[in-house]
Design a protein around this ligand. Structure first.
Ligand code: AMP
Length: 197
């Protein structure tokens, strides 16, 4: 990457609707959505890198930082070459990356972070109930354990805090994840539009 990509980072705990919002906003002209999880899942499972990904993801672990940065950077450059991502006009909506401070540091200079959207629940209990209902609806009773859900959310919050702290306070937009998807999207866009120019 020669010039830093104008970028919005998307964060949100399990159940916050981060994935839904990323995909939805990514369909708008002027945005290019990139989910690091999707980039990894698109690798050929038989390739060297595909095997590396499987080795870590099946244990629920993060892929090493240098591999992650290389794969995602390479993916973005290929999207530029293919004409799918036009950095002169499109804002990069980065989802799932950076996951830690080392990744955030490695991306400094490659991305110009104009906004950090953090979807959070004003009422954590409502988010727990939302996840519990979703787990029951999809028949995954193991995921319906409230303590497991609370723990996953706490882990996410603890891991994300230092990453958020890497960016200036004035670029961080904390947005309530509990209203309807359309309302949440409107609030995100209200926060983004003045920042992306
Ligand atoms: P996700 O869909 O974001 O939950 O990601 C699925 C898997 O991809 C994770 O469990 C990791 O193994 C890998 N992954 C995604 N993003 C990253 C990242 N930023 N750093 C390291 N590993 C990642």
């Amino acid at each position: 990457m020669s010039t830093a990509f104008k970028t919005v980072l998307l964060f949100g705990p399990p159940g916050s609707g981060k994935g839904t919002q990323g995909v939805a906003i990514g369909t708008l002209p002027g945005f290019f959505h990139c989910s690091s999880g999707d980039v990894f899942r698109s690798l050929d499972p038989e390739s060297e890198l595909g095997k590396v990904f499987k080795q870590y993801s099946t244990r629920g672990e993060l892929v090493p930082d240098d591999v992650t940065i290389d794969i995602c950077t390479d993916f973005l450059n290929k999207q530029v070459d293919a004409g799918k991502f036009n950095p002169a006009n499109d804002v990069l909506l980065l989802d799932g990356l950076p996951r830690n401070v080392a990744q955030a540091q490695a991306l400094d200079g490659k991305i110009d972070v104009v906004k950090v959207v953090y979807l959070e629940a004003s009422d954590t209990e409502a988010l727990v109930q939302r996840l519990k209902k979703r787990a029951l609806d999809s028949g995954r009773a193991d995921d319906a354990d409230e303590n497991v859900i609370r723990n996953r959310m706490q882990v996410y919050t603890d891991e994300t805090a230092p990453v958020l702290a890497h960016y200036p306070d004035n670029v961080i937009a904390k947005i309530d994840a509990l209203p309807t998807p359309a309302e949440v999207m409107r609030t995100i866009l209200d926060a983004l539009i003045p920042a992306i120019g």
